[in-house]
Design a protein. Structure first.
Length: 870
């Protein structure tokens, strides 16, 4: 027995070490894009990130910011993901071992049990989606650790309950009123389950299934009103917060009264009381949110310091007033897109690429995983169905529940945009459990081969061959996942988010007001300001959040942003509009719109033949009230539509646009831009093809060479050819991945008769991009850039293959579609052009550009601004 424990522990440590080493090697060295910057900033200042807040993660993050681990605070917060993800693999290993102990209690077949456990756990560690969140400051590592702990504890409850029954007598091994030891696991399960909500709601996905599993596995609880009342009421949190607290509170009070005062001290009443008590204790971690919000931290999203705001925060009202269950009833995309390979949100496209590149190579892995979900029904229907239910809920169930938008249908709020980023992380629970099922499937096949029945049916050579194939598969699947996903998910050497935020902040004068557009030009800035303490004088104003009353009030009352409106002209209340009885969210009093000379409420209003948003009014209000007391800038990511007609007064300075009091003919500050770009900005590893970048990062990299090209064009316009050429050559050296300067430099050399230099320039950048494509072959931006360089070199077949690959990777991106159309027109591929336009119109029936291509495809459409053209 001691030897077996040693083997079990040793193999478990190997699984843990595999996760720690691989995730440690590929971890982000600093802040990453999307929510990571917000979580790092919130951890540093003990703030409130976006709903539902992840308070437990923030508290743990704060501890990690104080640890002497590395020089970068963002890296230290990312270590939470590295550690918890590696331990998730360890728990997955023990889950598989526990299942095999339940299905095959005898000591025979131990090799196959260990093989299944190690292979399944390592396959999970190296699966694409799980790995991608294990190397940056995200909540999913901790979330999945808690989820697998809940599953493991449920199996321990089931195992202990089975042992507590006397199989010889067929009677329970306890008398009426005595405690049943297995139920102690249920108390811990409900505590951790409600605590997990303080990390991410996906963890709680397993709780209703655990409740149903307990009912099925324990016949006594099916008729136990106490368990139904306590266990069921704790699940109401999935719907709405207020009924949850009422139901749990009433159940706890009634249970306590009956238990302590009515003499009904049965195990049922005691269990009900303990479930409610420890469930509420776990949920009490949410009290961090209003308590901390009252202190007005630097990051205080939704300002959830009152009961109504706190309740709305937990119910994620920032993302719309509609309940998620109600929203799921109104499909926001075609089912074939939601279940298929559609970019950013298609389930199957993410599922089939978890362990490789997808396609037919996924078929054997999928079949083995199915075997791991189906074969256990022969041994224990309860645990097998439990495993299958979690997998289905975490995959197909979440497709219906999350109801991601594909850009083809309007939702209840008139929004029809495609999801802004890949949404595979929402299916992490399903992908994690399916990965374990792959190991289980291999173990089941191995146990079948070693069974006495199979020994009698199959000859030894055949059994040995099949056993070798199972061992090969158990090794090859995680190995291939490691090989494929290592490069794809490595953040090593990627300083782009930090450097982008740094460069944007240094573009601003002291005490500046900076308008930013979205997550990726805001959250990294928050991280640098709050966690790294860099340029805290700059007031960052996010335009998306500027549509909310709580954010405007924070800007006015806590950040010193000049706003003349009274709080009562900003704060939303349920009030009727003049002359109407129905109530709407609106401020108590209107305000004077000084730009238009009219009074109206601070809410979306139809004026001047257009619908103006709250953010539009507030940009004007801040600019007018500021009256140039503080420098005011727009990030270049802010579209012209959000600059509310101020473009004529904006002057370009590197990464920002400065608002001027009067219009000037020259709207480009060449000296400041040149100083900032080449002397102040940071762009570490930007020319390194061995650093993995996704399409979002590759797209954001364009800002640097585009700024350099503005300098080139300015000097060219001033007839200073020498300086223009110097800028162009340096741009190609620093940013060899971007084709537009390469094309310009190539054509310049060619015009001067320097054909060899022209050829070398194009070839050097093309080889650079080919290396990038070898490393990040699923990045459509690299393929589009490569197509452009192939065209430059006259390699038409390669150019067409590259742009076709970009289209196959992302058929929903307007940028890719227009580039492909441009290529087809230039190359005379009329049939392909028409086919392309029809295919695009299937999902974008109102797209005027595609309609124009179909009706009049002779004219060459223009490239989007900033894309290389020849």
């Amino acid at each position: 027995m001691g030897r077996e424990k040693l083997i079990t522990g040793g193999l478990g440590l190997l699984v843990l070490a595999a996760g720690l080493v691989v995730f440690g090697l590929t971890a982000a060295p600093t802040v990453s894009f999307w929510d990571c910057g917000e979580f790092i900033a919130a951890s540093a200042c003990l703030g409130i990130p976006h709903p539902p807040g992840a308070p437990l993660y923030v508290l743990i993050g704060r501890i990690f910011t104080l640890l002497p681990l590395g020089d970068d605070i963002g890296y230290r917060v990312s270590l939470i993901s590295v550690l918890t993800s590696a331990f998730t693999g360890l728990v997955g290993y023990f889950i598989i071992l526990k299942l095999f102990e339940l299905w095959w209690p005898s000591a025979s077949g131990r090799f196959w049990k260990y093989l299944a456990a190690v292979s399944g756990a390592v396959t999970m560690l190296f699966s694409n989606t799980f790995w991608s969140s294990a190397v940056e400051a995200e909540v999913y590592g901790l979330s999945m650790l808690l989820m697998l702990l809940l599953i493991y504890l449920t199996l321990r409850w089931y195992e202990t309950r089975q042992a507590a029954l006397n199989p010889l007598a067929g009677q329970p091994a306890r008398a009426e009123g005595e405690d049943l030891p297995p139920d102690r696991y249920l108390i811990l399960i409900y505590y951790l389950g409600l605590l997990s909500v303080a990390v991410h709601m996906t963890t709680f996905l397993v709780m209703p299934l655990i409740f149903l599993f307990v009912l099925w596995a324990d016949p006594e609880k099916r008729t136990d009103f106490c368990f139904w009342a306590a266990g069921g009421s704790l699940l109401v949190i999935l719907a709405v917060v207020e009924p949850f607290l009422i139901a749990v509170g009433l159940t706890a009070v009634i249970s306590a009264f009956l238990y302590f005062f009515q003499g009904r001290k049965t195990a049922s009443w005691r269990l009900a009381l303990l479930l409610c008590t420890f469930g509420l204790l776990g949920f009490s971690s949410q009290l961090y949110i209003p308590i901390r919000s009252l202190q007005n931290p630097a990051i205080d999203e939704n300002n959830p310091e009152s009961w109504e705001r706190f309740k709305g925060f937990l119910e994620r009202k920032q993302y719309g007033q509609e309940n998620m269950l109600v929203r799921a009833m109104n499909r926001r995309g075609k089912l074939e897109n939601q279940f298929g390979r559609y970019p950013r949100m298609g389930f199957w496209g993410f599922f089939e690429t978890q362990y490789g590149r997808g396609g037919w190579a996924f078929a054997p892995v999928f079949l083995i995983g199915l075997a791991g979900l189906v074969l256990p029904f022969k041994h224990d229907k309860k645990t097998a169905l439990f495993l299958l239910a979690i997998t289905l809920a975490g995959t197909i169930g979440l497709v219906f529940y999350m109801n991601f938008a594909d850009g083809t249908r309007m939702d209840a709020y008139g929004e029809a945009g495609l999801e802004v980023r890949d949404r595979d992380y929402f299916w992490t629970p399903g992908f994690v459990v399916f990965s374990l099922a792959v190991g289980i499937g291999l173990g089941c096949l191995g146990m079948w081969l070693s069974s006495e029945e199979t020994r009698q049916k199959l000859k030894q050579p055949l059994r040995q061959t099949l056993a070798a194939l199972v061992i090969l598969a158990a090794t090859a699947i995680p190995a291939f996942a490691l090989k494929t996903n290592f490069v794809r998910n490595s953040r090593a050497g990627n300083y782009l988010p930090y450097d982008y935020a740094y460069s944007l902040l240094v573009s601003c004068d002291k005490d500046a007001l900076l308008f930013t557009n979205g997550d990726n030009d805001t959250f990294p800035l928050w991280a640098l300001q709050e966690a790294y303490g860099f340029r805290k004088d700059v007031r960052t104003i996010n335009l998306s959040l500027l549509n909310t009353d709580w954010y405007i009030l924070q800007l006015k009352n806590h950040m010193g942003v000049p706003i003349s409106l009274a709080d009562s002209q900003i704060a939303m209340k349920e009030l009727p509009l003049p002359g109407m009885s129905q109530t709407f969210p609106r401020p108590e009093y209107p305000y004077l719109d000084r730009r238009r000379g009219v009074s109206h409420y601070l809410m979306p209003v139809q004026l001047e033949n257009q619908l103006l948003r709250v953010q539009d009014f507030m940009v004007e209000e801040i600019a007018i009230t500021n009256n140039f007391n503080f420098p005011l800038f727009f990030s270049r990511t802010v579209p012209a539509s959000a600059r509310v007609g101020l473009d004529a007064n904006l002057k370009t300075e590197a990464m920002v646009l400065r608002l001027l009091p009067e219009r000037k003919e020259e709207r480009f500050d060449v000296e400041r831009t040149e100083q900032l770009l080449w002397k102040n900005f940071r762009f570490r590893n930007y020319g390194n093809p061995d650093v993995t970048l996704d399409d979002n990062e590759a797209g954001m990299m364009i800002v640097y060479p585009e700024i350099a090209l503005e300098l080139y064009e300015w000097y060219l316009k001033k007839s200073d050819t020498a300086k223009a050429l110097a800028h162009l050559e340096r741009t190609v050296r620093e940013f060899p991945f971007y084709p537009r300067p390469v094309v310009l430099l190539h054509d310049y050399y060619k015009s001067k008769g320097e054909t060899e230099r022209a050829r070398e320039t194009a070839e050097r950048s093309r080889r650079h991009l080919e290396r990038a494509v070898e490393r990040s072959g699923d990045n459509p931006v690299w393929w589009m850039f490569l197509s452009n360089l192939y065209q430059l070199e006259g390699k038409k077949k390669e150019a067409y293959r590259a742009i076709q690959t970009a289209w196959e990777i992302n058929r929903a991106e307007d940028f890719v579609f227009r580039t492909y159309v441009q290529y087809c027109l230039a190359d005379g591929r009329t049939e392909r052009l028409l086919q392309l336009a029809r295919e695009w119109l299937e999902n974008h029936p109102k797209d005027e550009f595609a309609q124009q291509v179909l009706s009049q495809f002779g004219g060459v459409p223009q490239f989007p601004q900033g894309f290389p053209s020849r």
